[in-house]
Write a protein that binds this ligand. Structure first.
Ligand code: HEM
Length: 259
């Protein structure tokens, strides 16, 4: 039996936080740890989303709802972690920011994988990663795979909901878009199928949670670097503001006005 440190590879894990600033600057450790923790949560969330898709494919609604609850709980933790990084003042960040060079969360391939898995597909994101790199291969695979939304629609169809064929057979490499034909079946679910409506509500929780992370991230960016450009090369907060209020599952929002 391996002991605690061996099983969890603690020595290897603790060797991975390597500040590059002179000194090094005190706050760089926090910055590294927080980003690494996020990447671990991204990894776990992708793991759970893949599992969730399998549960939906097997029409296992009870365990799917349980897994969705776990994903939502992780997401809430991810949002709350922004509070920790917000204890870093603009000057503290500036003390090591230039050492990040072009490094930015913008380049997080796991974040793009998450977006792809949830339905926000954008083939141009692949171009940021070298051809034949492991990151690009992962993204190519995610781009070609069905999204959580596709798995959700198939689950509804397997439960007798009349999901339009165009939605069931859509090109999964394309982003999820609003579908007017889906509104009547979704409204019907809310009116007559409480168990399925509960799954719809967990899906909208997920969508709202993801938007909440984006909102909190942009506020952190505004209070830390104001209107400066990002290290990833974008306009910074102005770019991030364009990513807000763009739901992953638009139909689940629009049907609320029809209920
Ligand atoms: C002081 C803290 C932070 C600052 C100032 C900051 C700043 C920025 C900026 C300016 C961008 C726009 C892209 C660019 O760099 O040009 C960005 C994007 C991004 N950041 Fe951060 N960030 C911070 C912390 C974090 C943390 C802790 C994470 C967690 C992994 C993160 C993840 C991301 C992601 C995923 C994007 C891409 C968003 C998108 O394209 O929709 N950031 N960040």
């Amino acid at each position: 039996m391996p002991n605690y440190a061996e099983y969890l590879k603690i020595d290897e894990l603790l060797a991975l936080q390597q500040p590059v600033s002179d000194g090094p600057e005190h706050d760089e450790m926090l910055f590294i740890v927080v980003h690494q923790v996020y990447e671990l949560w991204f990894k776990e969330t992708l793991h759970e989303i893949d599992y969730l898709k399998g549960l939906l494919a097997h029409n296992d609604g009870a365990r799917a709802a349980h897994t969705l609850k776990r994903i939502l709980t992780i997401l809430k933790t991810m949002v709350a972690q922004i509070d920790i990084l917000e204890t870093m003042t603009p000057l503290e960040f500036l003390s090591f920011r230039d050492r990040l060079e072009s490094g930015s969360g913008f380049q997080s391939y796991q974040f793009r994988e998450l977006e792809f898995a949830l339905g926000r597909k954008d083939a141009t994101a692949l171009e940021r990663y070298p051809k034949r790199s492991a990151a690009r291969a992962r993204l190519e695979q995610r781009l070609a795979s069905a999204t959580l939304w596709d798995a959700f629609l198939r689950y509804l169809a397997a439960n007798g909901v009349v999901v339009p064929r165009a939605d069931l057979e859509r090109d999964v490499a394309r982003p999820v878009e609003a579908s007017l034909e889906l509104h009547a079946p979704l409204v019907d679910i809310y009116r007559t199928r409480p168990a399925l409506a509960a799954v719809c509500e967990r899906m909208i929780d997920l969508d709202e949670g993801f938007m909440e992370w984006r909102y909190r991230h942009v506020k952190m960016v505004q209070r830390t670097i104001g209107t400066k450009r990002g290290t990833g090369g974008s306009l910074g907060a102005d770019y991030l503001l364009t990513t807000l209020n763009r739901p992953l599952f638009p139909d689940l929002w629009t049907i609320r006005a029809e209920l």
